[in-house]
Design a protein around this ligand. Structure first.
Ligand code: 3H9
Length: 683
């Protein structure tokens, strides 16, 4: 096997190249061969200076994240050798230059910090993103960085994980030069002018006057950012060698934390969901997208494509609705430009990319056609029959339905194998999730191309099967059901939402309902009422809110009241409605604690998630987790509902579900997969 680190020489300069595709991540092999090459260069009397560079687009994207999974599972030990190699570089008697391009992140930046000089290409991103994995820099970053750029800046980088650009790095002393043009040539020129190594980290700092940044509210409750601050603070209190020992201690505490296990799962999971067994990797050529239906979703989908540089034709049955949509799109882009989120020129080119179509004119050239009309099967079937009559033979025919049967829609065409669900989440130009729903006839190639489209749009595409609500909404239904029951049983809406926001959800389930509008679900429930099983408890309260004209934010009243600025106000009327709902359901209301609220809502998610896995609607737990993290505001540091259950302990979740079943009946029957997982020995 070839070594991941090679050495060559030009004039009297040794070039050590780290070549470990795809991103030159460090692992024990890289550490070992880097150490050997550094020793060689130091021992070679013909070498005056050393350049360390990465092969390909990146310098080094950090330590190999997969290794952390192996270490935490007990399969491997922590690579303690890396610290020694970095010390050897720092103490080398010849100048060592890090020449960086692309990503110089995590362990990659720590390697550069041990070098005597650092230079970078103009587009280099330099950062300590470990906190995004629930970690802190573990190879000296928290000790070397403050000594180089000052405690405050170092603490910001280590505790927020935000990278700096090459220009910022030059400004704050992190790098010595920006190299325009060929990086290796620049590095050789830079190294040739050096005569001696330079002490990399100055003196240990004096300790009384340093300020650390305050963590932003979102990071405050998290473990790793606080550990990062503590480590940087220690750099000011302790001599370097002792600081390194403390950094290791803090790093290891992070490594074994549930926060890190969850965040590493999310990093790897976002990439894993794109690899679906039996589905080929396809990179489709999407020059033109057609969007049918110019309501909120259709507009957002058109903007998502335009943002990715794809031309779009947008149409609607109603010329007025189409005109309104075009105006709204224009206004949104102009507003983004005025807020400085994009340049006016960029906003204009995005606006120009979206053209309105008369009827379906021009759509025969589209590579993908997305239907986003009302949720009405008869209408959708008619639209798909139309699409079938004009679409090119290799176009992808996508429906944005959030609940209807893909197979029935596909049956309206003569090519069901090309029909697939592209379930975008509102606002479609912002939300990262694309639920890709395969029908029974959908071809693997169309599924692969849909994953390719998600990549083009910068979204996380997750492939799921066809059932009512698919994965995300089917589970969300159970979660919101419990939230409503809890209010009927005595909790205040604000308590329900607060318990879940405290857990880390972006919004509480009732606040989400008010935002989305309560009337849509109410109409659907009324239509399907004849199918209800009278022996199964159903929430009554949301129907009662709607009967009182409380449709959510749009009517300024729903679970809460809203003022003109849409600030939420608790409303005693909701209490009376809840009391009446309890009376009708024969329930005696009681005090309900936050932990019960959290357990019931989350266990409902997990139990339904297990059923979805049993039925094969989701192929893997990670698919469910990425749907929830990227589309439903589930906190990444909890890993998604299934990872959360795994970390909490399947047995504990199962026992709680059994308890709930005893009190609340058959809705809480544990899924057989949950029972099976609970019976397995804890890993
Ligand atoms: C650390 O360094 C700890 C230290 O303090 C030392 C402790 C002792 N490891 O994102 P992409 C893979 S913690 C393993 O799709 P892009 C990735 O999974 C680490 N694999 O491409 C994917 O694999 P696949 C701190 C990694 O161009 C492929 O590379 N560093 C790693 O959009 C392409 O990735 C970070 O947190 C890794 N470190 O973005 C940086 N990085 O093809 C994390 C990437 O099989 N990485 N892969 O799906 C990134 O931010 C982005 O990947 C990067 C490239 C910007 C580098």
């Amino acid at each position: 096997m070839s070594s991941p680190v090679r050495i060559s020489q030009k004039d009297a300069i040794a070039i050590i190249t780290i070549d470990n595709p795809p991103v030159n991540a460090i692992n024990p092999d890289v550490t070992q061969s880097l150490g050997a090459r550094v020793d060689e260069a130091i021992a070679d009397a013909g070498v005056r200076a050393v350049v360390i560079i990465g092969a390909g687009r990146n310098f080094v994207a950090g330590y190999d994240i997969n290794e952390f999974v192996r270490i935490v599972s007990g399969e491997k030990e922590i690579d303690v050798h890396l610290g020694n190699v970095l010390d050897d570089i720092e103490l080398a008697p010849k100048p060592v230059v890090a020449a960086m391009q692309g990503a110089a992140l995590g362990g990659g930046l720590e390697l550069a910090l041990a070098c005597h000089y650092r230079i970078a290409g103009p587009a280099t991103q330099l950062g300590q993103p470990e906190v995004k994995l629930g970690l802190i820099p573990g190879a000296g970053g928290t000790q070397r960085l403050p000594r180089l750029i000052g405690s405050y800046r170092a603490a910001v980088m280590c505790a927020t994980g935000a990278p700096v650009t090459a220009a910022e790095a030059l400004d704050n002393g992190l790098i010595d030069e920006i190299v325009e043009g060929d990086l290796l040539e620049g590095a050789l020129r830079f190294a040739a002018a050096l005569t001696s190594p330079r002490p990399t980290r100055g003196k240990d700092q004096s300790l009384s006057t340093f300020i650390l940044p305050k963590l932003p509210p979102k990071l405050k409750p998290l473990f790793a950012p606080n550990q990062a601050l503590a480590a940087v603070e220690l750099a000011n209190r302790l001599p370097f060698a002792q600081g390194l020992i403390e950094e290791q201690r803090l790093f290891r505490e992070c490594l074994y934390s549930n926060e890190s296990k969850a965040l590493v799962h999310v990093f790897l999971g976002e990439r894993e969901v794109a690899k679906v067994p039996g589905v080929p990797k396809v990179t489709p050529e999407i020059k033109l997208a057609a969007v049918i239906g110019a309501g909120t979703m259709g507009r957002g989908i058109a903007m998502a494509y335009a943002n990715a540089g794809v031309s779009v034709l947008l149409t609607d049955e109603s010329p007025d609705a189409l005109e309104r949509a075009m105006l709204a799109i224009r206004a949104q882009y102009k507003s983004s430009a005025s807020k400085g989120r994009m340049s006016p020129a960029d906003a204009n080119s995005r606006i120009e990319r979206i053209q309105k179509a008369e009827g379906y004119a021009g759509m025969e050239n589209a590579n993908v056609i997305v239907e986003a009309v009302f949720e009405d099967m008869v209408l959708k079937k008619r639209v798909f029959a139309d699409i079938d009559s004009f679409a090119s033979h290799d176009a992808i025919l996508a429906t944005n339905t959030s609940s209807l049967d893909i197979d029935q829609i596909a049956a309206a065409t003569r090519r069901p194998e090309r029909v697939i669900g592209h379930h975008f989440f509102s606002p479609a130009q912002v939300m990262r999730l694309l639920e890709i729903v395969r029908g029974k006839a959908t071809s693997p190639e169309v599924t692969g191309a849909s994953l390719g489209i998600a990549r083009i749009l910068g979204k996380v595409g997750v492939v799921v099967g066809n059932c009512r609500g698919f994965v995300g909404n089917r589970m969300f239904h159970c979660y919101r059901r419990e939230a409503q029951f809890l209010v009927e049983e005595g909790a205040r809406p604000a308590d329900v939402d607060a318990a879940l926001v405290d857990f880390g959800m972006a919004m509480g389930p009732l606040g989400v309902g008010d935002l989305a509008g309560l009337d849509v679900g109410w109409r659907i429930r009324k239509e399907h009422r004849h199918l209800d099983d009278p022996s199964v408890r159903k929430p009554l309260i949301e129907d009662m809110l709607c009967e009182a004209g409380r449709f959510g934010q749009k009517t300024r009243a729903g679970w809460y009241r809203y003022d003109d600025e849409r600030n939420r106000i608790d409303d005693p009327e909701v209490e009376s409605i809840a009391a009446e709902a309890a009376r009708r359901a024969g329930i005696t209301r009681r005090e309900i604690r936050a932990d019960e609220i959290r357990d019931r809502c989350l266990c409902a998610l997990v139990n339904e998630g297990c059923r979805i896995l049993e039925e094969g609607i989701a192929a893997r737990p990670v698919d469910i987790d990425m749907i929830y993290v990227t589309g439903y505001g589930f906190p990444p540091h909890r890993g998604g509902p299934m990872k959360y259950a795994e970390l909490a302990g399947w047995r504990r979740v199962h026992d709680r579900v059994r308890e709930l079943e005893r009190v609340h009946g058959s809705l809480w029957q544990p899924a057989s997969l949950l029972a099976k997982l609970a019976a397995e020995p804890a890993g």
